[in-house]
Write a protein that binds this ligand. Structure first.
Ligand code: IPE
Ligand code: IPE
Ligand code: MG
Length: 256
């Protein structure tokens, strides 16, 4: 990783990288395998990226593991994904802890379709790693951006109805503080693998000014080299946040 990282500007490493890990099914289909084999092969790719994020000094890594829309898939695939996530947490929890990774889950976890065993292991992983500071690894599990914003709106309505919040005081900060993980900074970079170019309901509020990088690489083939390439593309971008392009009016007589 160190050789690759040398290609990057170490002063402008994104603080928060969010990834839409897509293309597992197509990876498996191309090999005549069942879709679930693609999900299984996504695990080593994910852990390669965790190591890469640690080496690069990325502070927050958020990964989309199951969307609120993914319930619409074949029941066998849904059941596999639920089981797989329990299994993964069980097998990798100590390893993540030893690496100093803090695990955080975001999403709708009151959904009764999530097996209790999954919820229990989510809580155990969060508790065991709560004191770690090398990397915050956020699992977006049963996550949907619209569901997240709706949940914040519901809380605000409840607080207004009970008289603890004045509707006139509701601003962007009021909503941001009621999202799933208020301490999570907005992503600087959102990467989507597999060539699809859409958000699929990921971090709708948080990614308002994120840079998007789309790569054709299918998630099981994604590795640290591809991560560095995506960050290099990010570092080539000019983040403007709605402002003017730096220096464009410098020689404009109308401005002087
Ligand atoms: C992403 O891969 C993983 C999840 C959505 C859980 P897909 O399963 O969406 O793979 P494709 O897009 O069908 O290839
Ligand atoms: C987004 O991928 C969700 C995850 C990666 C977990 P999908 O494969 O579900 O998204 P669409 O259906 O292509 O938009
Ligand atoms: Mg997909």
């Amino acid at each position: 990783m160190s050789d690759l990282a040398a290609l990057l500007d170490s002063e402008r490493i994104p603080r928060h990288v969010a990834i839409i890990m897509d293309g597992n099914g197509r990876w498996a289909n191309a090999r005549g395998l069942h879709r679930t084999a693609g999900h299984a092969r996504g695990e080593p790719a994910l852990f390669d990226i965790v190591h890469g994020a640690l080496d690069l000094g990325i502070e927050w890594l958020t990964v989309y593991t199951f969307s609120t829309e993914n319930w619409g898939r074949d029941p066998d695939e849904v059941a596999f994904l639920m089981e797989f996530n329990v299994d993964l947490l069980e097998r990798r929890r100590d390893e993540l802890d030893e690496l100093g990774v803090r695990v955080i889950f975001i999403g709708d976890h009151e959904d009764e379709r999530i097996p209790k065993a999954v919820l229990d292991r989510m809580r155990i992983a969060e508790e065991q790693t709560a004191g770690n500071t090398n990397l915050n690894m956020v699992y977006a599990f049963n996550y949907g951006g619209r569901t997240e914003i709706a949940a914040a709106a519901r809380r605000i309505a409840e607080e207004a109805a009970s008289g603890t919040l004045d509707p006139a005081d509701v601003d962007e900060g009021t909503i941001a503080q009621r999202l799933y993980c208020p301490e999570m900074p907005d992503p600087d970079l959102v990467i989507r693998t597999s060539g699809e170019q859409r958000t699929s309901n990921y971090l709708l509020w948080e990614a308002a000014y994120s840079e998007y990088v789309f790569t054709p690489v299918l998630w099981p083939d994604f590795d640290q080299q591809e991560l560095v390439r995506c960050i290099a593309e990010y570092q080539d971008r000019d983040r403007r946040y709605g402002g003017a392009i730096d220096g464009i009016f410098d020689d404009d007589p109308a401005q002087s």
